[in-house]
Write a protein that binds this ligand. Structure first.
Ligand SMILES: Nc1ncnc2c1ncn2[C@@H]1O[C@H](COP(=O)(O)OP(=O)(O)OP(=O)(O)O)[C@@H](O)[C@H]1O
Length: 313
């Protein structure tokens, strides 16, 4: 097995990448383990790198060392190769995907990683992109899209930019008119503040939007929140963050939560869509669950939350 570590030097502001690289070298140097460290040079670089490494048909694990965006790039490249599996060493800002596992601190343990096993996990196919975590539209996706407007302001950090962008979007018109079709046979429509099609349960640095989602249950969890007043949003955001919004009496008339295999979202205007935190624009979006489509490297001692993972063939 080849172990290839793909490090995004800008993820999480580059705080822990050099420590990860030195841990990899001190553990694996002079051992009979074939390994390599690669630093991405630009957004999208991981894809061509994975392609180049997969011309060799021997089994390989690509460890995405970064946040969910780096993982998203690596899975979308590796999904084309049956001899490739994907792991993650979290060093991004949010790292929401690893929250779907028990003992997730072990993702940072190189020894646990190289002695791990490959398991099958689900992914969502959103148009031609694979998502391992959460696809979201609405107010918070718009905030992610508008962050660039604040990045040029001196002395503002990444989270400062996001807060400014959230305030900017709060002042603009809220609510998107959408029609949502689940499994081709259940339709709901209205004006929504936000909506998610989720494989994992969390996004946005810890918002537990789909508290019932499991990454190997063969279904998509859908959660749509109707438009509400700005005042009400401020009072209820905490409940959405900690995943208690499904039990919150004050929210019960505002939320549609379902499990399904396909989702179609139809809008009159173009919609900003975040797929694992990466930005796309669509008018009509189709999602489908692709069960057991990801060969995932599970570090030793880590288990998938909720149900027992199957071993890959
Ligand atoms: N060398 C690079 N220079 C600039 N951008 C890069 C480079 N390598 C990868 N990227 C891009 O950096 C972006 C951010 O990466 P990532 O999402 O992993 O980190 P993060 O935003 O800190 O973490 P999280 O998504 O968990 O909050 C991704 O869109 C990725 O494609």
């Amino acid at each position: 097995m080849r172990h290839i570590f793909i490090i995004n030097p800008v993820a999480g502001k580059g705080r822990s990448q050099s420590e990860i690289a030195s841990n990899i070298n001190s553990l694996l140097q002079n051992k009979e383990i074939q390994y390599e460290i690669y630093y991405t040079r630009y957004k999208g670089d991981a894809k061509s790198f994975v392609d180049s490494k997969c011309t060799d048909k021997s089994p390989v694990v690509f460890y995405a060392c970064g946040g969910d965006g780096t993982l998203h790039e690596v899975i979308n490249a590796a999904v084309s190769y049956s001899h490739a599996s994907v792991g993650v060493i979290p060093c991004g800002s949010g790292n929401d995907f690893v929250k779907n596992f028990n003992n997730h601190y072990l993702f940072g343990d190189i020894a646990a990683q190289v002695s791990g096993e490959t398991v099958k996990l689900d992914m969502i196919k959103a148009q031609n992109e694979y998502s391992v975590s959460v696809c979201n539209i609405g107010f918070d996706a718009d905030a992610a899209f508008n962050m660039h407007k604040f990045k040029k302001i001196p002395f503002i950090t990444g989270s400062g930019c996001y807060i400014l962008s959230v305030l900017y979007c709060l002042l603009k018109k809220l609510g998107k008119k959408l029609k949502v079709v689940l499994d081709d046979d259940y339709t709901f429509e209205g004006t929504f503040l936000l909506g998610v099609a989720a494989n994992g349960h969390s996004y946005g640095g810890g918002y537990k939007c789909a508290p019932k989602a499991l990454i190997n249950d063969g279904v998509i969890d859908v959660c749509f929140v109707n438009k509400m007043s700005r005042f009400k949003i401020l009072g209820l955001i905490g409940s959405y963050k900690n995943g208690t919004h499904l039990e919150n009496e004050k929210l019960k008339d505002y939320i549609t939560y379902k499990k399904c295999k396909t989702v179609k979202i139809i809008s009159q205007e173009s919609i900003n869509l975040c797929v694992d935190g990466e930005n796309y624009v669509f008018e009509e979006i189709d999602f489908e669950i692709v069960p057991e489509s990801l060969n995932f490297r599970l570090p030793k001692g880590v288990t998938v939350q909720g149900s027992k993972p199957q071993k890959a063939q």
